[in-house]
Design a protein around this ligand. Sequence first.
Ligand code: 6OG
Length: 190
Amino acid sequence: MKQSVLRQPSFKQLGDLDWKTWQGKDLATLVFVIRDGEILLINKKTGLGKGKVNGPGGKVDPGETPEICAVRECREELSITVSNLEYCGQHKFQFVDGYSIHVWVYRTRDFAGVPTESLEAKPLWVPVDKVPYRQMWEDDQFWLPMVIRGERFKTRWIFDGDRMLDYDIQPDGNNESWGDVCDPKIWSNT
Ligand code: 6OG
């Protein structure tokens, strides 16, 4: 009988990797539109994280800047044109199977068009204090509240498939305050 070969991951913790020379195999973006106390999310229908709730975004094409990619992905996935993107932070995701992805995160209050379902994504607006973290990647609960509050970050993560094994979040300054979404009344219970 054929024996299946179990490959042990060579790293499980952040300290098992040399982060100074780390480079993501892919470069990608995430965009969060926030307006009137609500955040625009998607049910992701294709690609990495299919079946999860996430922000619109995707892999950066050759020759694109992350910001141009962010605008293009929002057009392709939701038929909206986002503008005045604010940089929020970046994630270094390392998976134990060897895959890695470096993700730039943006937020904005400004867009044109009506968020419309595509083959890649179905839009959903949710109140900023009712984000469905249990339907999202495990990391999101740690940093998406920072995006909403306007706190920038630099993060590193180790994942085994869907399972988060280790992480580090470093604060990296602040975005300009958005009084409406950072309303203390909304945040008093968190
Ligand atoms: P496409 O396959 O759609 O690009 N992504 C993650 N997003 C979150 N919130 N958490 C993660 O934890 C993620 N890993 C990847 C970045 C992949 C999209 O998936 C996002 C891109 O928007 C591991 O082309």
